[in-house]
Design a protein around this ligand. Sequence first.
Ligand code: BDP
Length: 329
Amino acid sequence: MERRKVVLGVLFAFASGFSAPASAQQKIVLKATDVHPFGYPTVEAVVRMGKKLEQATGGRIGIQMYPSMQLGGEKEMIEQAQVGALAMARVSVGPMGPIVPEFNVFNLPFMFRDAQHMEKVIDGPIGDELLTKLSAHPTANLIGLCWMNAGTRHVYNSKKPIRSVEDLKGLKIRMMGNPVFVDTMNALGGNGVSMGFDQVVNAMQTGVVDGAENNEPTYATGQHYRYAKYFSLTGHLMIPEVLVFSKKVFTSLAKDDQDLIRRLARDAQQEERTLWYEMEKKSIAQMKEAGAEIIDIADRRPFQAAVKPVWDKYGAQLSTLIERIQNVK
Ligand code: BDP
């Protein structure tokens, strides 16, 4: 037994999803990453989870957070988790759609009625089923641990206030890497340009795109207002985040440790939510102070009508799930 521990420790030190000092304690350090900086709700929730994990295991297991895209954009993060080069990645459901098609149900424009609806879905049986689906996926090589809030996404650009679907015409808007988003922007009349989050600022700065779309906290912490001051409340997407764990790393952990990680992730799901709402308020204030122009859209119905082709294209294969989500009251 003692011998096995030492061997594992050495393995952990080599496989970069872990690192362990060659000391007698064999501490397991789980490498985690996020595109956002320290202090952002998703990052903070995982950092807190790490502290709880250390406490619960008497310091035997911890989490080392690599924030701010230190390990690349989300595509890179997912790939690193898949091969076990890191243990945990907190990503948007956006780039997960191409991996697990059912996840795309959360990526459909105007899927949720409001934040409460979305929370009820991720907290309930549908949320659980989708996490299980991810974990059971034969080639995804990921374990789905929990969901997190990520607000509502709105379009922002450097050229003009968007008030109507017509205003979007001709604008190049960065979208996350998933065809459903490019189709969504194109259906709205703009030109959807797909790229990783790690390229967004540069693309806005150099005029490769005229703008992007995201929630207030991302816009504010990423200082996107410096390049795209017109922030129009289109509310076209409400996409939760997902915390994924490398299957390769997960299966090498003891069953009790796996259960503990799952339980603490569920706590993180709720804890992040509180942090999220505080951050949203703070971000709106920060945006205003930075000179962003927030444009209200009194009637979103024309935007909803414009994305019908996206629902026609992707909705058929997701129809059962869509109906179940719509029936969550
Ligand atoms: C943010 C998500 C982050 C995504 C980013 C994006 O928190 O996971 O990478 O959007 O637009 O809201 O790529």
